[in-house]
Ligand binder design. Structure first.
Ligand code: SF4
Length: 305
């Protein structure tokens, strides 16, 4: 390791050891006292100072604080996604491309391919693969909870992070119903899918879309009937094959999933992280295959051959 690398490693270690900057909400709540990137995570105090864990909606700010940021710029575009889970075969090419394109560190993910293992009647284990990332919600909880004004609607109405203002307080992560945000341990800032904005601005596709060898990922302008994402969305809608994730959250996601009738979104959605969580290294069911009782009761379902 040369001097420059040693110096860089020392600086990263020093910054990682530093407690996070308290947010305005921390101060209003009388100080959380919790250290680490998840300052608003487990153990976070309620605004009443009771010490009880805050419910995600308790982190929402008054509408005046986020109304302008929820308004999409008037650029004539409405970007969105279609994910055809029936085509994904779990190569993880999208994850690798995303990590390379966006310099995502080891142990963190902007996108992750969710596995859902289920047991067939024959006893054979089968698997569904679902590429997962930020849903770019129309009614985005992360925007409603962000106290420093960082989370906002960007190009095409997608949800973006302003890195000039993000202080890594983590409220966005606590309220995201899909576990789509991680707090970078070095920069102490929120990170999530931004649709490879730097590529889209140059009329390129996001790195994951361009890399996917099975044609499972589509991104583009949903208001342009000639875009590939609009065409596939129209076809799949006509087939009745499109669903969104956790509609009960009322976030109106811009990501639409095509799933087999035998394995609708409801069959695998329990595998998707929830509020306060992020994609994780140990998310794959392969790690639980050896556990006693792996018979489909939790992670899987019985099905006829
Ligand atoms: Fe925000 Fe999570 Fe919705 Fe993405 S999926 S827009 S991070 S609430």
């Amino acid at each position: 390791m040369n001097d420059h690398e040693t110096e860089g490693a020392d600086e990263r270690a020093r910054r990682a050891a530093e407690p996070p900057t308290p947010s305005r909400r921390d101060l209003l709540a009388g100080g959380l006292g919790a250290a680490g990137a998840g300052a608003l995570g487990a153990g976070a105090a309620n605004a009443d100072g009771s010490g009880a864990a805050a419910a995600p909606e308790d982190l929402y700010l008054p509408e005046d604080a986020w109304r302008d940021r929820m308004r999409a710029p008037d650029d004539g575009k409405r970007f969105g996604w279609v994910v055809d889970t029936r085509r994904c075969f779990g190569c993880h090419g999208c994850e690798v491309a995303c990590k390379a394109e966006n310099d995502v560190p080891l142990g963190q993910y902007i996108r992750q391919t969710i596995y859902h293992d289920h047991t067939r009647a024959s006893g054979a284990v089968a698997r569904i693969m679902v590429p997962m990332a930020c849903q770019h919600c129309e009614d985005a909880p992360c925007i409603k909870a962000c106290p420093c004004g960082s989370m906002h609607k960007g190009p095409g109405g997608t949800v973006q992070v302003d890195y000039d203002t993000c202080s890594g307080h983590g409220a966005c992560k606590e309220v995201c119903p899909y576990g789509a945000i991680y707090i970078d341990p070095v920069a102490n800032q929120a990170v999530k899918c931004h649709n490879c904005t730097h590529r889209v601005e140059q009329d390129m596709e996001p790195a994951c879309v361009e890399t996917c060898p099975s044609g499972a990922l589509y991104f583009g302008d949903l208001d342009d009937p000639e875009s590939s994402v609009s065409k596939i969305k129209a076809r799949l809608e006509a087939e009745g094959a499109l669903e969104t994730l956790r509609p009960e959250k009322a976030t109106r996601p811009r990501m639409h999933f095509a799933a087999d009738a035998d394995h609708p979104v409801a069959s695998w959605e329990p595998k998707v992280p929830r509020e306060g969580e992020s994609y994780a290294n140990d998310a794959y069911s392969v790690y639980s295959w050896g556990e006693e009782g792996f018979d489909g009761s939790n992670d899987s379902e019985q099905e006829d051959e």
